[in-house]
Ligand binder design. Structure first.
Ligand code: CMP
Length: 143
Protein backbone atom coordinates (compact mmCIF):
# COMPACT_ATOMS: atom_id res chain seq x y z
CA UNK A 1 0.00 0.00 0.00
CA UNK A 2 1.37 3.40 -0.98
CA UNK A 3 0.73 6.61 0.95
CA UNK A 4 0.63 8.90 -2.08
CA UNK A 5 -1.94 9.90 -4.66
CA UNK A 6 -2.34 12.61 -7.28
CA UNK A 7 -5.36 14.92 -7.33
CA UNK A 8 -6.12 17.38 -10.11
CA UNK A 9 -8.66 20.12 -9.50
CA UNK A 10 -9.97 20.29 -13.06
CA UNK A 11 -10.61 23.40 -15.23
CA UNK A 12 -14.38 23.44 -14.51
CA UNK A 13 -13.79 23.71 -10.76
CA UNK A 14 -11.03 26.33 -11.22
CA UNK A 15 -13.40 28.40 -13.41
CA UNK A 16 -16.08 28.16 -10.71
CA UNK A 17 -13.59 29.46 -8.10
CA UNK A 18 -13.86 26.24 -6.07
CA UNK A 19 -10.13 25.64 -5.50
CA UNK A 20 -10.19 26.75 -1.86
CA UNK A 21 -13.33 24.81 -0.92
CA UNK A 22 -12.02 21.63 -2.54
CA UNK A 23 -8.62 21.86 -0.85
CA UNK A 24 -10.39 22.37 2.49
CA UNK A 25 -12.40 19.16 1.93
CA UNK A 26 -9.18 17.29 1.09
CA UNK A 27 -7.22 18.49 4.13
CA UNK A 28 -10.19 18.03 6.46
CA UNK A 29 -10.23 14.38 5.36
CA UNK A 30 -6.68 13.99 6.66
CA UNK A 31 -4.62 14.35 3.47
CA UNK A 32 -1.37 16.34 3.58
CA UNK A 33 -0.48 18.55 0.62
CA UNK A 34 3.06 17.63 -0.45
CA UNK A 35 3.14 19.42 -3.81
CA UNK A 36 0.76 21.89 -5.48
CA UNK A 37 0.78 24.13 -8.55
CA UNK A 38 -1.55 25.81 -11.01
CA UNK A 39 -0.83 25.01 -14.65
CA UNK A 40 -2.52 24.90 -18.04
CA UNK A 41 -1.92 21.59 -19.76
CA UNK A 42 -0.80 21.48 -23.38
CA UNK A 43 -2.58 19.07 -25.73
CA UNK A 44 0.50 16.80 -25.69
CA UNK A 45 0.69 16.78 -21.90
CA UNK A 46 -3.04 16.10 -21.39
CA UNK A 47 -3.01 13.49 -24.16
CA UNK A 48 -0.09 11.72 -22.51
CA UNK A 49 -1.64 11.89 -19.06
CA UNK A 50 -4.83 10.21 -20.34
CA UNK A 51 -3.03 7.86 -22.77
CA UNK A 52 -4.83 4.82 -21.26
CA UNK A 53 -8.13 6.26 -22.55
CA UNK A 54 -6.80 6.89 -26.09
CA UNK A 55 -9.19 4.43 -27.73
CA UNK A 56 -12.27 5.64 -25.84
CA UNK A 57 -14.96 7.70 -27.60
CA UNK A 58 -14.62 10.48 -25.04
CA UNK A 59 -10.80 10.88 -25.36
CA UNK A 60 -10.85 13.95 -27.66
CA UNK A 61 -13.47 15.68 -25.52
CA UNK A 62 -11.47 14.81 -22.38
CA UNK A 63 -8.24 16.30 -23.76
CA UNK A 64 -10.04 19.44 -25.00
CA UNK A 65 -11.67 19.91 -21.60
CA UNK A 66 -8.45 19.35 -19.64
CA UNK A 67 -6.65 21.95 -21.80
CA UNK A 68 -9.52 24.47 -21.69
CA UNK A 69 -8.10 26.39 -18.72
CA UNK A 70 -5.78 26.09 -15.75
CA UNK A 71 -5.94 23.11 -13.42
CA UNK A 72 -4.41 22.47 -10.00
CA UNK A 73 -2.46 19.22 -9.60
CA UNK A 74 -1.79 18.27 -5.98
CA UNK A 75 0.50 15.52 -4.66
CA UNK A 76 -1.15 14.14 -1.53
CA UNK A 77 -0.03 11.95 1.33
CA UNK A 78 -2.11 9.85 3.71
CA UNK A 79 -2.19 6.23 4.80
CA UNK A 80 -4.14 4.25 2.13
CA UNK A 81 -4.11 7.40 -0.01
CA UNK A 82 -5.40 6.04 -3.35
CA UNK A 83 -8.48 4.23 -2.00
CA UNK A 84 -9.33 6.87 0.61
CA UNK A 85 -9.09 9.67 -1.93
CA UNK A 86 -11.32 7.88 -4.43
CA UNK A 87 -13.89 7.46 -1.65
CA UNK A 88 -13.65 11.18 -0.89
CA UNK A 89 -14.19 12.28 -4.51
CA UNK A 90 -17.00 9.82 -5.34
CA UNK A 91 -18.07 8.14 -8.58
CA UNK A 92 -16.90 9.47 -11.98
CA UNK A 93 -20.49 10.50 -12.76
CA UNK A 94 -21.56 13.04 -10.11
CA UNK A 95 -25.17 11.82 -10.47
CA UNK A 96 -23.97 8.44 -9.13
CA UNK A 97 -21.67 9.90 -6.44
CA UNK A 98 -22.53 9.53 -2.76
CA UNK A 99 -23.72 12.53 -0.77
CA UNK A 100 -20.88 14.54 0.72
CA UNK A 101 -18.33 13.53 -1.91
CA UNK A 102 -16.45 16.23 -3.79
CA UNK A 103 -18.02 15.31 -7.14
CA UNK A 104 -21.53 15.22 -5.66
CA UNK A 105 -20.98 18.66 -4.14
CA UNK A 106 -19.14 20.41 -6.95
CA UNK A 107 -19.27 18.52 -10.30
CA UNK A 108 -21.71 19.04 -13.17
CA UNK A 109 -21.27 15.99 -15.40
CA UNK A 110 -19.23 12.88 -16.12
CA UNK A 111 -16.99 14.90 -18.44
CA UNK A 112 -16.68 18.00 -16.25
CA UNK A 113 -16.34 16.25 -12.92
CA UNK A 114 -14.27 18.74 -10.91
CA UNK A 115 -11.49 16.46 -9.72
CA UNK A 116 -9.21 13.57 -10.65
CA UNK A 117 -7.75 10.94 -8.34
CA UNK A 118 -5.20 8.23 -9.20
CA UNK A 119 -6.70 4.74 -9.55
CA UNK A 120 -3.73 2.67 -8.32
CA UNK A 121 -0.45 3.05 -6.43
CA UNK A 122 1.46 2.45 -9.67
CA UNK A 123 -0.45 5.17 -11.51
CA UNK A 124 -0.14 7.53 -8.53
CA UNK A 125 3.66 7.41 -8.84
CA UNK A 126 3.50 7.95 -12.64
CA UNK A 127 0.96 10.78 -12.33
CA UNK A 128 2.84 12.61 -9.56
CA UNK A 129 5.96 12.47 -11.75
CA UNK A 130 3.92 13.94 -14.64
CA UNK A 131 3.49 17.20 -12.73
CA UNK A 132 6.29 17.42 -10.18
CA UNK A 133 10.02 17.28 -10.82
CA UNK A 134 12.33 14.99 -8.91
CA UNK A 135 13.78 18.04 -7.18
CA UNK A 136 10.35 19.27 -6.05
CA UNK A 137 9.48 15.81 -4.79
CA UNK A 138 12.73 15.38 -2.92
CA UNK A 139 12.13 18.74 -1.24
CA UNK A 140 8.55 17.90 -0.40
CA UNK A 141 9.04 14.25 0.56
CA UNK A 142 12.22 14.29 2.65
CA UNK A 143 13.26 10.77 3.53
P1 CMP B 1 -10.83 10.99 -14.37
O1 CMP B 1 -10.92 10.41 -13.01
O2 CMP B 1 -9.99 12.20 -14.53
O3 CMP B 1 -10.32 9.87 -15.38
C1 CMP B 1 -10.74 9.76 -16.72
C2 CMP B 1 -11.73 10.83 -17.08
O4 CMP B 1 -12.44 10.61 -18.26
C3 CMP B 1 -12.82 10.88 -16.02
O5 CMP B 1 -12.30 11.39 -14.83
C4 CMP B 1 -13.88 11.70 -16.70
O6 CMP B 1 -13.65 13.08 -16.55
C5 CMP B 1 -13.66 11.33 -18.15
N1 CMP B 1 -14.75 10.48 -18.61
C6 CMP B 1 -15.04 9.23 -18.24
N2 CMP B 1 -16.12 8.80 -18.88
C7 CMP B 1 -16.53 9.80 -19.68
C8 CMP B 1 -17.57 9.94 -20.60
N3 CMP B 1 -18.46 8.96 -20.82
N4 CMP B 1 -17.68 11.11 -21.27
C9 CMP B 1 -16.78 12.09 -21.08
N5 CMP B 1 -15.76 12.02 -20.20
C10 CMP B 1 -15.64 10.87 -19.51
Amino acid sequence: MSNRTLAIIKPDAVRKNLVGQIITKITEAGFKVKGIKMTRLSTDSAGGFYEVHKERAFYKELVEFMTSGPCVPIALEKENAVADFRKLIGATDPAQAEDGTIRKLFADSKAENAIHGSDSDENAAIEIAHFFTRKELLENYPS
